[in-house]
Write a protein that binds this ligand. Structure first.
Ligand code: FAD
Length: 162
């Protein structure tokens, strides 16, 4: 099986889009990620998967904590910025929760302490114990077959009735 075939197959799993953030040496850092899932209710755990080459990997190792912001459908540009898909670096006004930077106007902000980490191939899996959360109403930004989309668009294209 080649890499492209694997990526194409995994791209069929429609996801939301998050920005993982942390702070090191008083500097906030962010990275777009869709490898995110809820894991456990007691204790409350979530999982993220960070590529070995991503700077975020070192930042989380150093800080021992991270935040997850689940983006709304109006935050595609924010996702592109934190995925390195925009040329210009912008001055982002982060919101702060439990001494962690989070993305303003996201549908959810979670702050976590690293509970465990596991190297898995070319990624590191971080389990985070959720310390605090904030939610707001809205529709999620989605990612499907390597492209940004929305839940409305996915349902319309597939002819699904709800
Ligand atoms: P950098 O390259 O250091 O930062 C990424 C970008 O964020 C840079 O352009 C930088 O300018 C900007 N930025 C960072 N901090 C700030 C700040 N304080 N103020 C302003 N701008 C800032 N990779 C994974 O490992 N796991 C995933 O689950 C994952 N999912 C993805 C999902 C999607 C939809 C996309 C588009 C990409 C995904 N990626 C994922 C890839 C990942 O987002 C990029 O490889 C990213 O550039 C790697 O980030 P880095 O930690 O090296 O950060």
């Amino acid at each position: 099986m080649d890499d492209r075939m694997f990526r194409n197959a995994m791209g069929k799993f429609a996801t939301g889009v998050t920005i993982i953030t942390t702070e090191v040496d008083k500097q906030p850092h962010g990275m777009t990620a869709n490898a995110f899932m809820s894991v456990s209710l007691c204790p409350k755990l979530v999982l993220i998967s960070i590529g070995e080459k991503a700077r975020m990997n070192q930042y989380i190792k150093r800080s021992g904590k991270f935040a997850v912001s689940i983006l709304s459908d109006s935050q595609k540009e924010m996702s592109m910025l934190f995925a390195g898909q925009l040329k210009d670096r912008r001055n982002i006004q982060f919101k702060w929760m439990n001494d962690l930077p989070v993305i303003e106007n996201a549908l959810v902000n979670l702050t976590c302490n690293v509970y465990a980490s596991y190297v898995a191939g070319d990624h590191t899996l971080y389990l985070g114990e959720v310390i605090d959360l904030y939610t707001k109403e809205g529709k999620p930004l989605s990612f499907y077959e390597g492209k940004y989309t929305t839940v409305d668009h996915l349902l319309k294209n597939e002819g699904v009735r709800v």
